[in-house]
Design a binder for this molecule. Structure first.
Ligand code: NAD
Length: 400
């Protein structure tokens, strides 16, 4: 089948298997070019198919030669519909792991479910005995509660007031005013239920009770803070409440792991183009402005570069460097005073007329399409490609 990109709003409804495989192999090449990374031996990555989770898995598997188990929620191809990018990324990851002789298994299904937790525990018992690191990198708009079956929906809204700011359509480069109504208390709670630390705690509790965590186990989940221009809709909005809950959960988990001398961390990462971040109002425009400033200063990093630095310079240090609130800060370069000062200046001037020159919207667009395997040099998009790719190590887990 010939696969072209089909854009609907902030998502692309098609994905190109060869382009996605190329994205994975470029990340692997980067890791190999850097040499061995500090890391674990047996790693579980929850949210392992795209963005930060995929990058974490690649750094650990190909930089630290760790055995990895990945969990994600993706779709394989059905008839004329292509699979999702995360599906193709995971197939490509499994093929590479097989080639390199690194243990790897992937599970496609709902990480919030009891079924997935049970399946992963059984797999760890059978194949690895224990894991010594768990990366929690889920980004989801909804969660089916494991016991009641109720579906909670997260929202990206301010709290207490209507938020007005600039936003962009990155396909057209048009900047417009956006107004986002405040969330109701129920919406705030639902967002915490979906994106807060509850499910991370449930995973760690289940793994510990099943005796599949190694002595000295480490776990990390990802958070974001960002600058004041995005605070109303991010850090002080519904998603920020969820992130605050996630951050507090690290303390709870560390206490629960004390008899194993285990440690839980939250790493605050840099804003990057991923499927999740492109759905947040205002953030894509901020990212386009940020990319220009960081690239000019030689400070720009992508997901795999961020994860490499996280594992090599923070997570496995004897004294893990953290901020006053106990968080790892690999957003340190994004939050540098000179970087943020320039963005504040640019932000005041931004309009549809100058967006191409004042921001890196071109880079944003390019990266967005590349997430789905498009616009990659060296790939002939006029050629037929097999979209129904599978791998025996990618297994599906269905909720009962
Ligand atoms: P992403 O959309 O690229 O990845 C999300 C992952 O979660 C995918 O592997 C997806 O399959 C998986 N997933 C979603 N729902 C699932 C479910 N029910 N069961 C199993 N898997 C499921 O997102 P990302 O941007 O890499 O975000 C990962 C984490 O990093 C999030 O916590 C996010 O807040 C954080 N973060 C992102 C940024 C950014 O700018 N992108 C910055 C800092 C922190």
């Amino acid at each position: 089948m010939i696969v072209n990109k089909k854009i609907r709003g902030f998502i692309c409804t098609t994905a190109h298997p060869l382009g996605c495989a190329d994205n994975v192999s470029k990340q692997i090449e980067y890791v190999k070019s850097r040499g061995d990374v500090k890391g674990a031996k047996r790693v579980l990555v929850i949210g392992a198919s795209t963005g930060y989770g995929l990058a974490s898995r690649i750094v650990q598997a190909f930089g630290a030669k760790a055995s990895t188990i990945g969990v994600f929620f993706e779709k394989p191809a059905v008839k004329k519909r292509t699979g999702t990018a995360g599906w193709y990324n995971s197939i490509a990851f499994e093929k590479e792991a097989e080639k390199q002789g690194v243990y790897s298994k992937s599970f496609n299904g709902d990480a919030f479910s009891n079924e997935m937790k049970e399946t992963i525990i059984e797999t760890i018992k059978q194949d690895l005995g224990t894991v010594d690191m768990v990366v929690y990198s889920l980004a989801s708009p909804r969660r089916q509660m494991p016991d009641s079956g109720e579906v909670k929906q997260s929202v990206l809204k301010p709290i207490g007031f209507t938020y007005n700011n600039k936003t962009m359509d990155f396909h057209t480069g048009v900047i417009s005013d956006v107004s986002v109504d405040p969330a109701s208390p129920e919406e705030v709670q639902a967002t915490i239920d979906v994106m807060g630390g509850d499910d991370w705690c449930l995973w760690m509790k289940a793994l510990k009770e099943a005796n599949v965590l190694a002595e000295g186990v480490k776990t990390v989940a990802y958070s974001y803070i960002g600058p004041s221009v995005t605070h109303a809709v991010y850090r002080e909005g519904t998603i920020g409440q969820a992130k605050a809950h996630l951050e507090a959960s690290a303390g709870v988990i560390t206490k629960e792991l004390s008899d194993l001398s285990g440690e839980a961390y939250v790493s605050v990462n840099k804003a990057l183009v991923t499927q999740s971040s492109s759905a947040i109002p205002v953030i894509p425009l901020y990212i386009a402005a940020l990319y220009k400033v960081m690239k000019e200063k030689g400070l720009h990093e992508n997901c795999v570069e961020q994860c490499y630095r996280l594992f090599n310079e923070f997570m496995f240090e004897k004294e893990v460097p953290v901020d006053d609130e106990g968080r790892i800060r690999v957003d340190d370069w994004e939050m540098k005073e000179d970087v943020q000062k320039e963005i504040v200046e640019v932000w005041k001037e931004l309009s549809s007329d100058n967006i191409e020159t004042l921001t890196d919207i071109k880079g944003y667009r390019e990266e967005f399409y590349q997430l789905f395997g498009f616009d990659i040099d060296g790939i002939d998009y006029t050629q037929d490609v097999d979209v129904e790719v599978t791998h025996p190590n990618v297994l599906s887990v269905v909720n009962k």
